[in-house]
Design a protein around this ligand. Structure first.
Ligand code: ADP
Length: 392
């Protein structure tokens, strides 16, 4: 059985309840939301300026709230799995006193967005956050929080409405306040994703091409391993550094500009690990371009094959997979009607994404449950089923 995902109106109702209980008064005047995302292919590529192919999810983060006359912000999250306290109050920034990151850590995503909002000064406000994106599961709960928060501020005090600049401001918030040197993909697709489409993003030019994904015979299955290995904090920046080192040795601005031949020619000047990291990136950029073409043609088998190649490369060359993700992928691809499967997101836990025929969904979910019991995963995975023809 697929896990139920609360609807946007259910989330708004939850957030409104918390708002009224905590702040009293007339209730919130504004309600906004922004989606999480699943990346179909093109992993660890955005910070290498290449192509990625994510799609926005029906799982969203909602922010409800109101403007106040003061110069401070009060924010509550309804999320259960975050550092306490779940309410923060802070003075809004000005030229002389910028907002610094601090505790609790979840509030840094909000503070970063307030700091980088493109039409300062931000007025006083009260707000409540509620989300259906699983936190820390590789489906970009953090980017959806940043983008929802930015959209909320736009309602209080509009900026110029530039969507790409909005995504870049949210990315900056994550760099400076959450301390994660992320690429642009997550914020970009949360702002610009379209219903019933994947989005091919060129992370160098920031040009985005919607790729229709609305075949009633097709389903995308997300399986959440429910594990998060603590390596993630240091491994992400170290991968990023290795890619920069490889690009410098190849005398390229980024690995986007390098070919496999460039890499092979320079092999003797790279240590083995840096060579493997760069090879993943160069091949994954090519795979993503091919996958977008395959999707446009409805060539799902070809797309699925590229997904599996991507997973194997992330496992063997980039070394960001883990036992639980490998097992979920192995289980999925054993089922007839499954085109392909791979880990999605930063890795070391989180989710896999599987492309399959709609008629194969029940047996696929069942097979995954049976196989993972056999593997003794700590918790059975949760499955989210996305009908590509209608994103709720
Ligand atoms: P993800 O893949 O879900 O973005 P991250 O580890 O990058 O995983 O970000 C998860 C973090 O983002 C959480 O630990 C929390 O600090 C913050 N976050 C995300 N959603 C919420 C929310 N609804 N309320 C409060 N904090 C949130």
């Amino acid at each position: 059985m697929a896990s139920p995902v609360p609807s946007v109106s259910e989330l708004v109702a939850e957030a409104r309840r918390v708002y009224e209980q905590s702040f009293g008064g007339d209730g919130p005047q504004v309600a906004v939301c922004a989606p999480g995302r699943v990346n179909l292919i093109g992993e660890h590529i955005d910070y290498n300026q290449g192509f990625v192919l994510p799609m926005a999810l029906p799982m969203v983060t909602v922010v409800v709230g109101s403007r106040t006359s003061g110069q401070s912000a009060s924010i509550i999250t309804a999320a259960k799995d975050v550092e306490e306290p779940r309410r923060v109050d802070f003075d809004l920034p000005n030229d002389k006193a910028p907002l610094s990151p601090g505790k609790p850590s979840w509030a840094n995503y909000v503070k970063g967005v307030v700091q980088h909002y493109r039409a300062p000064p931000v007025p006083g406000f009260r707000a409540v956050i509620a989300s259906s994106v699983p936190l820390g599961g590789g489906l970009s709960s953090s980017a959806s929080l940043e983008v929802a928060m930015y959209t909320f501020l736009q309602q209080l005090k509009p900026d110029d409405g530039d969507k790409v600049a909005k995504a870049v401001a949210c990315q900056k918030a994550e760099h400076t306040h959450a301390g994660v040197p992320c690429g642009i993909m997550d914020q970009f697709v949360s702002v610009l994703g379209r219903e019933a489409h994947a989005l091919l993003i060129d992370c160098r030019s920031l040009e985005a091409t919607p790729v229709p994904l609305s075949d009633p015979g097709l389903v995308i299955l997300i399986s959440n391993s429910n594990v998060k290995h603590s390596l993630t904090g240091s491994e992400y920046p170290s991968r990023r550094r290795q890619c920069e080192e490889a690009a410098a040795i190849l005398e390229k601005a980024s690995l986007r500009d390098a070919t496999l031949k460039d890499l092979e020619d320079a092999k003797s000047r790279l240590d083995d690990e840096t060579y493997r990291r760069a090879r993943h990136v160069i091949e994954e950029i090519e795979r993503t371009a091919q996958a977008a073409e395959a999707l446009k043609k409805g060539a799902y088998k070809e797309f699925g094959k590229l997904m599996v190649e991507s997973h194997n490369s992330l496992r063997d060359l980039y070394e960001v997979s883990c036992k639980e993700l490998d097992e979920l992928v192995s289980a999925a691809v054993e089922v007839e009607g499954v085109f392909g499967s791979r880990m999605t997101g930063g890795g070391f836990g989180g989710c896999t994404v599987t492309l399959l025929q709609a008629e194969a969904i029940d047996r696929t979910m069942q097979h995954i449950q049976v196989r993972v019991l056999h593997y003794n995963l700590r918790r059975a995975p949760e499955n989210y089923e996305l009908r590509t023809c209608s994103v709720r």
